[in-house]
Design a protein around this ligand. Structure first.
Ligand code: FAD
Length: 281
């Protein structure tokens, strides 16, 4: 690791916009439980092509009203400059001061035709149009983005996002700390000079995790995959195993002096709280 961050470890929690009023109610309770860990911010994902825009903005507004800094994820694929300008203006007006700026993925069947090609285009646009009104987070991939031409090309893509004005990066989740440490070392060697915060995925649902990991290019090591499959429908054992494995991972990261931890909460409090508890956070 290139640098060590002492003091309290900044935490952030990621949610997705709930689809139903019951989901919204449940998420409010989940957030209150997670706020006890005093996160630096909570973020809300944004569906491909703006499909969840309303839900994302509404959830962000609720978090702000609860007195917690909120980050809106924002993806630019398929979007126009005028549309992005208007939506970012709306977020700014709501009091949002932090964005997770993404390219996003177009659902199959949608044409492209947008005015942004890469997340770096969005970062540059935000800086050109809004100056320093937003702290800009970007995505990083220790195990390499599935569409990258090569690991080096993917690191270069991160460098372009940093040069365009990104303040901080959050990684795709991983279960292999060596991939993260090597990635960070290589990034710093390239001159990438922003915090690269590991994204942490608690393990709660084996089939969902395995399906999702294949799609996003995160590797579930064979030994974890086989153990998970071996538990079948035994949710309690899956969760106990997950707490151990992800707890060990977080401990290694904490001891190495990572700049923060970003939890993919999956809109549940218990798995993330159990990890925070174990880490003394
Ligand atoms: P980019 O940084 O643009 O990279 C995309 C691909 O293009 C990479 O393979 C990169 O190597 C390549 N590339 C970049 N620049 C160049 C260039 N100049 N020339 C050639 N190749 C280039 N998705 C959502 O839909 N909603 C969300 O809310 C969301 N939140 C996320 C949060 C985090 C922390 C992470 C890690 C991912 C999230 N994603 C989300 C997923 C993300 O949208 C996808 O991984 C998407 O495929 C890539 O987005 P990006 O911003 O990393 O793209």
């Amino acid at each position: 690791m290139g640098r060590v961050y002492a003091m309290a470890l900044p935490l952030s929690f990621e949610f997705f916009p709930p689809k139903t009023p019951e989901g919204a109610l449940k998420l409010r309770a989940v957030r209150q439980q997670l706020y006890t860990r005093q996160p630096e911010f909570c973020s809300v994902t944004y569906g491909a092509g703006g499909s969840t825009q309303e839900g994302t903005f509404a959830t962000v507004a609720e978090i702000l009203a609860e007195g917690v800094p909120a980050a809106a994820h924002f993806s630019c694929i398929g979007a126009t400059r005028a549309g992005v300008r208007a939506q970012l203006g709306q977020l700014q007006g709501m009091g949002v001061r932090r964005l997770v700026a993404l390219r996003g993925d177009m659902p199959s069947g949608y044409g492209l035709g947008g005015e942004f090609q890469y997340a770096s285009d969005l970062v540059a646009f935000i800086r050109a149009e809004f100056g320093s009104a937003f702290v800009i987070e970007v995505a990083a991939y220790p195990e390499v983005h599935p569409q990258a031409r090569s690991p080096q090309a993917d690191l270069q893509a991160l460098l372009v996002k940093v040069r365009a004005g990104a303040d901080s990066a959050i990684t795709q989740y991983f279960f292999n700390t060596d991939a993260y440490f090597r990635f960070v070392d290589e990034a710093y060697a390239l001159g990438i000079d922003i915090p690269i915060v590991p994204g942490i995925m608690p393990i709660t649902n084996a089939s969902q995790l395995l399906r999702f990991s294949d799609a996003c290019g995160a590797e579930v090591p064979r030994w974890i995959r086989l153990r998970l499959l071996g538990f079948g429908d035994d949710t309690a054992s899956i969760q106990a195993f997950g707490r151990e494995v992800v707890g060990d991972l977080c401990e290694q990261l904490q001891q190495a002096g990572v700049p923060g931890l970003h939890f993919y909460t999956m809109n549940q409090s218990a798995p993330t709280l159990a990890l925070c508890e174990r880490l003394g956070l």
